[in-house]
Structure formats: C-alpha cells, structure tokens
Design a protein around this ligand. Structure first.
Ligand SMILES: *Cc1c(COP(=O)(O)O)cnc(C)c1O
Length: 484
C-alpha cells in the first residue's frame, strides 16, 4: 500500500514521440554525422532517452525532491548527527558574491576579506576548545581525526618515540575513532567501559610505552559526560601518551567545558553538526582540528597568519605533515560556522548547549517510561533508549520502530549504535525543536510501541520503497525506477 505520489514516481511516463520542446526546422544545410565523426565513434542506435512533455518532467523532479526527509521538512532526531536547523541567514551570507566568486589562486592581496574570516575563525575555534593551534583544512570529522593522528605520529617521530604504535579507545567510541587510528598507521585497541564510563583498571592495564594516543568521545555516543577525564588524562600523560577528544558532540558543552581544560591534547570539530552547517547526503562537511602547542608545528600547511594588518598564508612550516586537502579546506562550510559563532557570541553559544541538553533530558524523562534507557538517568545532548523489551515481548525491533516513524513524518533516530546497547535507539533532539514538537514525537513513539507487530514489520507503508538492502543501496545504487 504505497501512496499515490510514490506510485506515480515508479510508473514509466515516457511516450514515443512526446516532446518538451519543438525546435524550428534547421535552416542551414545539415551535414550527416558520419561525415563529422569517425565511424567507430558513432553509436549503432540512438540512446533510449525518456520522451516527455515539460510539465511531466518538472513534476517528476519536484516530487522526487520532496520524498527525502530533511531538517527543513521534518523533525530529524538522528543521534550523534546533531541535525539541527540551519539558519537561512548563514546560507545567504555564505552565498554573497564576494565569497562565492573568489578563486583560491587569486593573489593574497585580493583575498584579504576571506583570509581575515578564516583567521578569526581559527581564533574562535581555539578559544572554544582551549587548545591553541589550529588547522581548518580537514574536510570532515573523520578526516580531522586522521589528520591529528598523523600530526601526533610526526610529533612522536620528532622525539624519537616512533615505537608508540597503539591508539586506545573505549568500546563506546564512535566507529571512526579506531578506523582513523588504523588509517593513520596505528593499531587500534579497545578499552572497556562500565555503565558508559571508562573502566580505569582496564585502561591502566593497557597503558605502556607503546601507547601513542587515547581517543575518547566526550560527551560519549551514549550522551554521557565522562567525569573521570582528569584521572584519565593523568594516567595517559604519565605513560607518555596523548589524549584525543572527539569533539563531534561539542553541541552539548559549548562555553561550558573546554577540551583543552580537561586534559585533551587534540580534538576536531564537526561544524556541520555543532555550527549548523547543512549536512546529509554525504557532505560537504569540515573537520577543523585544534591541538596543544607542542603539536602545532606538525599541523597541515598552510595556516592563515596575520602580519601587521595583513593576512597571509604561512607555508613556511618545515615540520608540517603537508597538505590534507586542496586549497583552504571546505571553505563554504567554514564560512557558515563563522557566521553561526559570530551571530550567537559566547553567551548565545552557551545557551545553545544548555537548551540542547535541556531538550534531550526532557525527551529522556518521557521516553524512559515506555522504552528503557539503560545508561544514565540524566544525559547530555542525546540518550540511547533500548527496544530490547519490545523485541522480547512481541518481536518488534528497533528497526521496525525506526521505519514506522517515517510513516508519521519523523526521521528515525540512529539505530543499533552504540553496539553496547541492545536494540539501541539513539535520540538527539537538538536545541532547535520546540516543546510541542518534542511532545508530539514522544506521543508518536509511544503509539508505535502499542501497534501490532505485523503492521510494524511491514513499515514504512507510505514511502516509495519500503526496506531497501542498505548495503547494496550504498554499494550498487540504483537511481532509476526500474533497475536490473
Ligand atoms: C559524526 C561523528 C564523527 C565523524 O564525523 P564526519 O564529519 O561524519 O566524518 C566522529 N565522531 C563522532 C562522535 C561523530 O558523531
């Protein structure tokens, strides 16, 4: 039972001979293609293009464009992704001709405005993080992790400790953490957590002179703040290691807790999460990193510096690991982050985080009555509920609930992550949702838990495609109505 708009999209509309445009008769002598092109460059048959009138084409694409869920059309509580509203003002500012018409090969003298913006953004990011050195180049959070780890490797080489090859991270960490460690040439080692907190005994037993970095996501993907940071930092530093703080969840702590103040030596931001850059569909994002003074010389080249009243790009960085991205990084996202930070200011950013945490706790306090939240009675920006009881009682899984939410016009929460919670549903409301929206969402979630298992197993019922094979959809995407 798909809806009618979806059915239309799956129907073949092409009719032989139908046209959107009728061109006037050619009034110059026509040269046959065979005289213009070599025979082997010519196709045997013309391509089988759809034949349609203009309104049909426009309707097709307009309808297609409304099938996706987006922050501008739906509530989007996708945990760990901070899908908050993207203020349109930032879009407008980032599209000003003075910004979009720049070419990165222009002489520095003619790029002073952009360089000033990037320089000031570097400053903002170091202030918010409490870490003094910065690179805006990485193109995504995971890329930032990898870049900082490459800088850490260069640092250890510079002090004759290239034998440090291990990167530890808790079992609750984001999957990109161990992946970045492996990509940067380290070996990833897992540290246990107990009820969402690092197991200090397990951490201590794994610290030795082979350990380069301890990577921790704080607040964690369970939405919990790791309160043992000082103890962790002391232990890791005493063993000669560095601390990497995955800052993807900075939306919970802006102006409240600075990674540099709680022992971190390196961190990345996800401006497309925390600073409201639009994201989804794979990008583009950005992953600026901030690091401690001693790691600064190893950051990618160039960085923006100010000499007198001029801004310029500093390439004179002999210890730099080099470039990790063309030009200055994904500048469009950085411009939006700059506008966002500047328009909120220090007090506004703190209020953003306070409201993000308030909204998450409000939802948690309601959801836990019908869907247990195994870790924590309070949370930061998000929490992880478990549909394990539903599964046990009536065979309904987190996936069933997530899919059914689509029928009610909500994007699903993140499911089956983190792996430490069975039938996990990770819910991140963000600060940009109203109390009415949160109430409506909880009511819907509750209603779904009361629905029949049969109905839920078949959900969603209103989308053109119900349950695609997600791996195949990513690896062998079929972008046509009818695929082989
Ligand atoms: C989103 C996220 C990342 C990865 O960021 P990308 O920009 O998607 O590469 C890393 N860690 C955590 C905790 C995240 O939520």
């Amino acid at each position: 039972m798909r809806n009618t708009r979806s059915t239309q999209l799956l129907t073949e509309l092409s009719q032989p001979g139908r046209r959107a445009v009728v061109l006037p008769k050619c009034d110059v002598p026509e040269t046959p293609l065979s005289e213009l092109l070599p025979a082997d460059a010519l196709a045997d048959n013309p391509p089988a293009l759809p034949e349609l009138a203009e309104p049909e084409v426009v309707r097709h694409y307009t309808n297609l464009s409304t099938l996706n869920m987006s922050v501008d059309t739906h509530y989007y509580p996708l945990g760990s992704c901070t899908m908050k509203y993207n203020p349109k003002r930032n879009e407008r500012l980032a599209s000003l001709p003075g910004i979009v018409d720049l070419h990165p090969y222009q002489p520095e003298d003619s790029l002073q405005g952009m360089l000033q913006l990037l320089f000031e953004l570097q400053d903002f990011l170091t202030e918010i993080s409490g870490l003094p050195a910065v690179s805006l180049q990485p193109a995504a959070g995971a890329h930032g992790e990898w870049t900082a780890l490459m800088a850490a490797a260069a640092y250890f080489r510079s002090i004759g400790q290239e034998s440090r090859k291990l990167v530890l991270s808790p079992d609750s960490s984001h999957g990109t953490n161990p992946a970045s460690a492996q990509m940067a040439g380290f070996t990833a080692v897992t540290v246990r957590t107990v009820d969402g907190a690092v197991d200090m005994d397990d951490l201590r037993s794994k610290l030795n002179d082979q350990v380069a970095v301890f990577m921790i996501t704080n607040p964690s993907t369970l939405g919990l703040f790791e309160t043992q940071m000082a103890e962790i930092a002391d232990a890791v530093h005493a063993a000669g290691g560095l601390i990497y703080l995955d800052g993807a969840n900075m939306n919970a702590v802006l102006g409240i807790s600075r990674p540099g103040d709680i022992g971190a030596d390196m961190m990345h931001y996800n401006p497309h999460k925390t600073f409201s850059g639009p994201h989804g569909g794979g990008g583009p994002g950005a992953g600026p990193i901030c690091v401690a003074e001693k790691l600064g010389p190893f950051l990618p080249s160039p960085i923006v510096v100010k000499a007198g009243d001029k801004y310029r790009l500093d390439y004179d960085r002999p210890n730099s690991i080099g470039r990790v991205r063309t030009f200055f990084g994904n500048v469009g996202v950085l411009v939006r982050a700059y506008c966002y930070i500047l328009s909120y200011g220090p007090d506004g950013l703190k209020a953003v985080s306070e409201n993000a945490v308030l909204n998450a706790n409000y939802l948690l306090s309601k959801v836990k009555h019908f869907m247990p939240v195994p870790h924590g009675t309070r949370c930061m920006h998000e929490f992880v509920a478990s549909a394990a009881k539903l599964k046990q009682e009536k065979g309904v899984t987190a996936m069933d609930v997530a899919k059914r939410l689509l029928d009610y016009g909500y994007h699903a929460p993140t499911v089956y992550f983190p792996l430490t919670v069975p039938e996990a549903m990770m819910i991140e409301p963000t600060e940009t949702e109203s109390k009415e929206m949160l109430d409506a969402f909880v009511e819907t979630l509750f209603r779904i838990t009361e629905e029949s298992a049969d109905l839920l197993h078949e959900a969603p019922h209103t989308t053109p495609i119900s349950r695609p094979n997600e791996v195949a959809a990513a690896r062998q995407p079929c972008l046509r109505a009818v695929c082989n």
